[in-house]
Design a protein around this ligand. Structure first.
Ligand SMILES: Cc1cc2nc3c(=O)[nH]c(=O)nc-3n(C[C@H](O)[C@H](O)[C@H](O)COP(=O)(O)O)c2cc1C
Length: 240
């Protein structure tokens, strides 16, 4: 596990790319790891390709965490990236089940990345209250916060998020907002299970979370559902 900007506990593979700056990164890097950069705009993706990244995560506005404030959806961003780049494109944002996986592949994605969905899995080391809250909540239950301080984030609507939104609406600045979103508050909330105590950075895909499976169960179900959807759509198109 690792700490993100908001000091939250998230799986290391999810967070690892976030702090890699856009500097030349040759693939021949000694340890042989493929480097992907998270981007929310084609212009950033083109730069990532130019400086040597192996691929990009095309992250739409639906995503939890920190979407770029261009506010473009995964539905549009994925094919735009694909038509503009020759390096692999991984679709990110709003993906939580096999239907989403099938859709992303049809849009041209070489793979998908999910974060919010993995928060509600047995292996995730957050408090069970929060996992159950994610199961209860719907797709409209997130909000974009901190746009006013150029740190846009999508979080679960809760008491703290409403407070941040009110503070931003009346022109409150960094000095008022930062204490509300501090890493320490967030870490404590994830660990104690107090769902109102801090912004929980999750995306609109929470509307698609209906259970708390193991990661293996989640991925097996997703793969089966994607295959079933792709076959059904294929049959519909071929048979008319
Ligand atoms: C708990 C959590 C913390 C996150 N923290 C960050 C972060 O610090 N910086 C960032 O760029 N993205 C962050 N993200 C975004 C993810 O890395 C990922 O791009 C996004 O959540 C994918 O969309 P999804 O949640 O709809 O699957 C975070 C996501 C979650 C769920």
């Amino acid at each position: 596990m690792a700490l993100g900007i908001f000091g939250q506990l998230v799986p290391l593979p999810v967070i690892a790319f976030i702090f890699i700056w856009l500097i030349p990164m040759p693939s021949e890097i000694a340890i042989g790891v493929k480097l992907f950069h998270k981007v929310g705009a084609v212009r950033h993706a083109l730069h990532a390709a130019k400086v040597g990244y192996d691929g990009v995560y095309a992250a739409g506005i639906e995503e939890g965490g920190h979407p770029l404030d261009d506010d473009v959806t995964t539905m549009v961003l994925t094919p735009r990236m694909k038509e503009s780049l020759s390096i692999p494109v991984v679709a990110v944002g709003g993906i939580a089940n096999g239907r989403n996986l099938a859709a992303a592949l049809v849009l041209g994605a070489d793979g998908v990345m999910m974060a919010s969905r993995f928060m509600a899995t047995k292996e995730c080391e957050i408090h069970d209250n929060i996992k159950q809250e994610l199961v209860k909540r719907q797709e409209q239950d997130t909000a974009l916060i901190c746009k006013s301080i150029h740190l846009q984030g999508r979080a679960l609507r809760n008491e703290t998020v409403e407070c941040v939104l009110e503070t931003e609406a009346r022109g409150g600045g960094l000095e008022e907002i930062i204490p509300l979103i501090s890493g320490e508050k967030c870490r404590n909330a994830w660990q104690t299970g107090d769902v109102d105590a801090a912004p929980m950075m999750v995306g609109q895909s929470i509307g698609l979370i209906h259970s708390v499976p193991t990661c293996a169960e989640l991925l097996e179900t997703m793969m089966a559902e994607a295959e079933e959807r792709l076959q059904a759509v294929n049959a519909r198109i071929i048979n008319g």
